[in-house]
Design a protein around this ligand. Structure first.
Ligand code: BEZ
Length: 239
C-alpha cells in the first residue's frame, strides 16, 4: 500500500484516551497540562496563525463567551505554532483595535500556548500535513475533569468554528454524565434525552406500554424521557 511520508508517525489522541501531558509557556505563564486542569473540564484548541482574520474572529468570540464556559466549570486553552511575543502583540491588537460584530475591547484572558517547536501540536494531531505543514488545523479537544478526552472536532484552515456547538458539546457531555443518558440529534437543554436500553424484557415491555414515568418509546430500542431545562442547567452549572 502506498503511504504518504508526511502523514507517517502522526500521533492522534483519540476519544477515551488520557490527554497527553506537556509543559508549555503561555500568555498567562507556564502550564503543566493536563494536571493543572484536573477537576475542571477544559477545551484545548488550536488555531493556524496569529494575525489572521478567521482566527481573530474566533478568539473574539471565544473570549466573549468565556463566562458561559466558566459557568460549566470549563476552562479554555488555545495554541498555535507561533511564539509568545507574536501571541502577546496579536491579543493586544485585538483588544485595542478590532471591533467586529458588536464586540470591542475584547480581552483574551485564557492562556494561549506558544508552540514554535510544534511539539504539542504534533502530540495532539493538530499538524495535518495534507492541509498545511506549517500551521495547525483548527482542532478542539474536550477534556473532562479526569483528564480524559471526551470529544474531538477538527476544522480546516478556512472554516471558522461554531461556538454555540462547542458550548452545546460541553453541556451534552455533562448532561450524559450527570443523568446516565445519551443526547439525540441537535439536543439542547430542555429537549428530551435518550434513556439507556431496558435491562430486561419486563422493563422493555413496561416502557413500550407507556408505564414508565416520563418515558416515551418510539420503538423498543429508542426511548426518550423528559428532563426540564431548569433541572439540566441546575445540575451542570457551577453553584
Ligand atoms: C485565518 O485565520 O484567517 C486563516 C489562517 C490560516 C489560513 C487561512 C486563514
Amino acid at each position: 500500500m502506498e503511504t504518504n511520508k508526511e502523514t507517517q508517525n502522526v500521533s492522534m489522541p483519540r476519544i477515551g484516551d488520557k490527554a497527553p501531558s506537556f509543559k508549555a509557556v503561555t500568555t498567562q505563564g507556564e502550564i503543566n497540562f493536563p494536571e493543572l486542569y484536573a477537576g475542571n473540564w477544559v477545551i484545548l484548541f488550536s488555531h493556524p496563525a496569529d494575525f489572521t482574520p478567521v482566527c481573530t474572529s474566533e478568539f473574539m468570540t471565544f473570549a466573549t463567551m468565556e463566562s458561559k464556559f466558566s459557568e460549566l466549570n470549563c476552562k479554555l486553552v488555545g495554541l498555535s505554532v507561533d511564539g509568545l511575543y507574536s501571541h502577546i502583540a496579536w491579543l493586544r491588537t485585538i483588544k485595542e483595535k478590532i471591533e467586529y460584530k458588536g464586540m470591542k475591547n475584547v480581552e483574551v484572558k485564557f492562556p494561549l500556548i506558544e508552540d514554535i517547536t510544534m511539539e504539542v501540536a504534533r502530540k495532539y494531531g493538530m499538524m495535518q500535513p495534507g492541509e498545511s505543514s506549517t500551521k495547525a488545523v483548527r482542532a478542539v479537544f474536550f477534556i473532562d475533569p479526569k483528564s480524559v478526552i471526551r470529544a474531538i472536532i477538527y476544522y480546516p484552515l478556512s472554516l471558522g468554528r461554531n461556538f454555540d456547538e462547542l458550548l452545546r458539546v460541553v453541556m451534552a457531555l455533562q448532561t450524559a454524565d450527570a443523568f446516565s443518558v445519551a443526547t439525540p440529534a441537535d439536543w439542547r437543554p430542555g429537549d428530551d434525552v435518550i434513556v439507556p436500553p431496558a435491562g430486561s424484557c419486563g422493563v422493555a415491555k413496561e416502557r413500550m406500554e407507556g408505564k414508565e414515568k416520563d418515558v416515551t418509546c418510539h420503538d423498543w430500542f429508542f426511548c426518550t424521557r423528559k428532563i426540564d431545562k431548569e433541572k439540566v442547567l441546575g445540575t451542570i452549572k457551577k453553584k
